[in-house]
Ligand binder design. Sequence first.
Ligand SMILES: C[S@@+](CC[C@H](N)C(=O)[O-])C[C@H]1O[C@@H](n2cnc3c(N)ncnc32)[C@H](O)[C@@H]1O
Length: 278
Amino acid sequence: MRTQVIKPRIKEILSKELPPELVDLLPKRWVKIGDVLLLPLRKELEPYKYKIAEVYAQVIGAKAVLRKGHIKGETRKPDYEILYGSDTITVHIENGIKYKLDVAKIMFSPANVKERVRMAKVAKPHELVVDMFAGIGHLSLPIAVYGKAKVIAIEKDPYTFKFLVENIQLNKVEDRMMAYNMDNRDFPGENIADRILMGYVVRTHEFIPKALSIAKDEAIIHYHNTVPEKLMPKEPFETFLKIAKEHGYEAEKLNELKIKRYAPGVWHVVVDVRVYKK
Ligand SMILES: C[S@@+](CC[C@H](N)C(=O)[O-])C[C@H]1O[C@@H](n2cnc3c(N)ncnc32)[C@H](O)[C@@H]1O
């Protein structure tokens, strides 16, 4: 998804449009999701941003270019500025999975690719998996497609949910993957899941009690959260264990992976936890 070398053709064209000192500031990295480009642009390039976007789109081959910004709020929405084109809906193919999304409005982090790929191998066909923060099926489509497990995918945001439903059809897993457009705290299923995905950050610990009520007496939880480096490796498992014990569960850490640097001194981490009812 990442390209590290600026194409000589881009420099060649833009050298004719930009003052020489700005040519060196042109982005050397970008992300392409389907045929939409995410371009990080320094503020010195602001007066030329539309021209720059047009040239990158034409040389790299993209129908729209967005200026990379931040992902914010409860539903983790990006605040990207559209610099070129208008149609930001695309189908991104990764690991053989088709992800349809609106790149301007739904997050799709290139840094999470390893985790999306890892999910293809974790589940078995007899399992029932509940994805509490499904998004467009980022993590649960690989489970349904490759693991052949049954999946319940819960997504709160109606616009994101629309793509989740489309992706279930695009990937032909309607027979085993079902989507609910609701806040996972209102999900009625109890004691049903062999495996739970908690692909969320910052406040994931608030959802542990709900995850435990959805889990069978013994289950695996893929627990994501953001953790200050100075609290690692004790956290985030220590908090998980404390909350699990308060709710009558034991918890065993099976595995822990760093997904990406989330902010200076803060990591997005995933811990695979086996929980047992005491
Ligand atoms: C950051 S995205 C992550 C998607 C995917 N789990 C991943 O890790 O790549 C989190 C998704 O959870 C949804 N979400 C946030 N709070 C929720 C809740 N209480 N119930 C259901 N969905 C929720 C958001 O709308 C968003 O689509």
